[in-house]
Design a protein around this ligand. Sequence first.
Ligand SMILES: [Zn+2]
Ligand SMILES: [Zn+2]
Length: 163
Amino acid sequence: MKEQGTLSEQVRGSGVEAEMAPRLRALGLKATPQRVLILKELLGRTDHPTAEAIYRAVRSVQPTISFNTVYQTLQALTEKEVINVIRPVVDAARYDPITEVHGHFMCSQCRKIEDELLEDPNLKKMDSDVSGSGKYWVAQRQILWIGLCQGCKGEADRQAGGE
Ligand SMILES: [Zn+2]
Ligand SMILES: [Zn+2]
């Protein structure tokens, strides 16, 4: 049953949270309270926050934490593939708790990023053709659509309609 459910449910299941410290240690990262706090914050979010946004959130729990700590922790977690990073050309890097290959839609107006989980098995095949080819060491996978979200598109349509 564990394998059922959406990606986000699997990632954000409480079991995953309980396993965070051992998981960090297994990757050779010390499970400091700050690292666990940062990881926990990201695992609870679906909005693909920037480092800045994560910093603002964890600072309210631990006021002494520095932006540098947050940034370096995110870098370390990304390098160990515990989390994922999206680097839209038009915005700051955004972090993602889902590391399995999936797509994103980003609204160029409000900068919202939504997951497109893409269940199509061809996607996994495409990915394994590239990352499993033995030719490369793949650090990032990016499938990104940029445009207007429903809310912003509605707004643009209303303005074009001369309201
Ligand atoms: Zn929008
Ligand atoms: Zn995502």
